[in-house]
Write a protein that binds this ligand. Structure first.
Ligand code: NAP
Length: 216
């Protein structure tokens, strides 16, 4: 399976690169937004393409050609304003879906945010514009023809992963290491139990593959 990773230079993205490189099942194309980033990925044996989510759907599609699956792990980050939230987290995500439909990459795994689907849960949030962007990007994905999985992780941590997660809607923990998000995203690519599902994701006690297999 050819996997196209959007946000490959990001903190979660770098872990996804590592897991995909380790797997024999997947061929990775990493999308980054600078030549330097592409070159450093090339140096570790990763096929990388330069494209920007603020560019056209045609340009993104061109980069994506030949892919079977897309992982979206890009984000405008906390240091930019609501303009980038709209341009990257919302429009960039929707353009990626349009590109995936155009090139026939039917599988689409989205790194979203916890309960982005539930307005009530973020109506008082200080990051409401970001949650709105994630909410509508996810809705577009659900309404698309793509075979999607939307993961809604809680607070992302930079501590080492444990390989153990919890999935669902109610949790003991409210955070998860980025490495475990990446492991979960990669494990979901061919796990049918995750197809067409929106899945809350936190640190937990169940090994990633087992947790995904138990999803109803
Ligand atoms: P990150 O480290 O900020 O990485 C985001 C990546 O997106 C970066 O590599 C960045 O490129 C790329 N990007 C930004 N604008 C772009 C554009 N116009 N075109 C192409 N790529 C672009 O984020 P993360 O920590 O890995 O988070 C991954 C995902 O989890 C994001 O979708 C985020 O919204 C979501 N999330 C975060 C939290 C949290 O606690 N922070 C919680 C839930 C969900 P550069 O490397 O060039 O800057």
């Amino acid at each position: 399976m050819n996997v196209f990773l959007i946000g490959a230079n990001g903190q979660v993205g770098k872990h996804i690169v590592k897991f995909l490189q380790e797997s024999e099942q997947y061929e990775l194309t990493a999308m980054v937004r600078s030549k330097e980033q592409a070159e450093s990925l090339n140096q570790i044996g990763v096929n990388a393409v330069v494209a920007n989510l603020e560019g056209s759907v045609d340009k993104i599609s061109e980069a994506m050609k030949g892919s079977d699956a897309v992982i979206f792990s890009a984000g405008s980050g906390g240091k930019t304003g609501p303009d980038k939230t709209l341009l990257v987290d919302l429009d960039g995500a929707v353009k990626s879906m349009e590109a995936a439909e155009k090139v026939g990459a039917n599988r689409f795994v989205m790194v979203s945010a916890f309960k982005a689907y539930d307005r009530e849960s973020w109506k008082e949030s200080p990051i409401k514009p970001y949650m709105i962007a994630k909410h509508y990007a996810d809705r577009m994905l659900v309404e698309s023809n793509l075979n999607y999985t939307i993961f809604g992780p809680g607070l992302l941590l930079n501590e080492p992963g444990t390989g153990k997660i919890a999935v669902g809607e109610t949790f003991e923990k409210t955070s998860i290491p980025r490495e475990d998000v990446a492991r979960t995203v990669v494990a979901s690519l061919d796990e049918e139990k995750t197809y067409k599902k929106t899945i809350g994701l936190m640190s937990g006690e169940t090994p990633v593959e087992d947790a995904l297999k138990k999803i109803q």
